[in-house]
Write a protein that binds this ligand. Structure first.
Ligand SMILES: Cc1ncc(COP(=O)(O)O)c(C=O)c1O
Length: 374
């Protein structure tokens, strides 16, 4: 025990991206369907362009552009053009992070650090909000979702009320509500009732809408940014844009909040190659996003093939993964384990299995293996 460390950190485990793989040495190749990536690498021609950018335009001895000037402009154009309701987004509405994970941490630092606030999350949801909060000593208030994974709004209201400054509690007030749209691991988008509830939250609570799966769902609340100074939308290049290896995400919010995120982040948080890769992906987005309809078709195929199996419970998904459960949590965990043994890695989380859609060949194997186990 290192006595100079914060005692609360000793209770925490380091994040393991592939917990199922811990301690195992699998000889056969594994279908990696546990982290919601796109199954396809960048096309060769784009990889070659990127290699040529490195060769001819990147000076390895120089720091990268710490202001992300070109990338922010390209992102702003993409966000404006892909919005489902009209909105004009400019570079000063954008902050770029080393993955959206970095932006989540920056938001926590900017709002809750030093005993200033707690966060509210509705489980099951993306685990990083709570993990990053705990590493910063920020209290996490959790509520449970209902049977269809909608928010229990009474419970959410009660949680906020019981942490208000005036309440008889020593816990700091809730300063941030984290929502994923559509939620991971369960795949459901926010309902109109949930959206209305988020809209009426007071301006001293930051509403984070994580749209990591926007390119699959085509649901976005980005146009709300114009009306709400306490809203921020998060997106990532790790999913449909096929750049998980490069670590790049972005936040969209009113300039006042963006300026604070810019203060909080590390000065050169995005390597030059990462900036170049994200820029290239945006320039060639039509080509890259061509795989999205295939993934959605595959999702529907898998869902249809599994939904009537009496041992399984499945929910419709608006993202590139499906979520299922068996009768008991133990049976679900066993299914995950057996799938891994057969060569398909999925994520056991929140009491269910989250299965990322892979290539059609991988999805066929997933289906065959699940049916074999059942
Ligand atoms: C909801 C959600 N937000 C953020 C992320 C992380 O994105 P990034 O790779 O940009 O850190 C993920 C990754 O799985 C996710 O599911």
């Amino acid at each position: 025990m290192l006595s100079f460390l914060r005692s609360d950190l000793t209770q925490l485990n380091a994040y393991t991206p592939h917990p199922e793989a811990e301690g195992e040495h699998q000889s056969q190749p594994i279908d990696r369907l546990d982290t919601n990536e796109c199954p396809y690498d960048l096309p060769d021609d784009l990889k070659q362009r990127l290699a040529s950018t490195y060769q001819h335009h990147i000076e390895a001895n120089r720091y990268p552009d710490g202001a992300h000037t070109d990338l922010k402009s390209a992102i702003a154009t993409y966000v404006t053009e892909s919005a489902t309701n009209p909105i004009q987004i400019s570079a000063d509405h954008i902050s770029v992070g080393n993955g959206s994970d970095e932006l989540i941490r920056s938001l926590l630092i900017a709002t809750c650090l030093g005993g200033q606030g707690s966060i509210l999350v509705a489980n099951p949801t993306f685990s990083m909000y709570a993990i990053l909060a705990q590493t910063l000593g920020i209290p996490v208030v959790t509520i449970q979702r209902d049977d269809g994974f909608a928010l229990n709004l009474d419970e959410a209201e009660a949680a906020i009320a019981s942490h208000q400054e005036s309440a008889q509690t020593t816990a700091p007030p809730i300063r941030v509500v984290f929502m994923v749209h559509p939620n991971s691991p369960t795949g459901n988008p926010l309902t109109s009732t949930e959206i209305e509830w988020l809209k009426q939250l007071p301006s001293h609570i930051l509403v984070v809408i994580d749209e990591a799966y926007f390119e699959f769902s085509q649901h976005t609340l980005v146009s709300e940014i114009a009306q709400h100074s306490n809203w921020v939308i998060l997106r990532t290049f790790s999913k449909a844009f096929r750049l998980a290896a490069h670590r790049v995400g972005y936040a969209i919010a009113q300039p006042e909040l963006i300026q604070v995120l810019e203060k909080v982040r590390l000065p050169y948080n995005l390597p030059a190659m990462t900036q170049a890769a994200a820029h290239l992906a945006l320039t060639h987005r039509q080509q890259l996003l061509q795989t999205v309809p295939e993934v959605l078709q595959e999702r529907d195929r898998l869902y249809t093939a599994l939904k009537d199996r009496s041992q399984l419970r499945l929910w419709p998904s608006a993202a590139n993964f499906i979520y299922l459960q068996m009768d008991t949590e133990k049976a679900t965990a066993d299914l995950s384990h057996q799938l891994k043994k057969l060569g398909t890695s999925v994520r056991f989380t929140g009491g269910g299995l989250r299965i990322t859609l892979g290539s059609p060949v991988e999805n066929n194997r997933t289906l065959e293996r699940i049916l074999k186990i059942l």
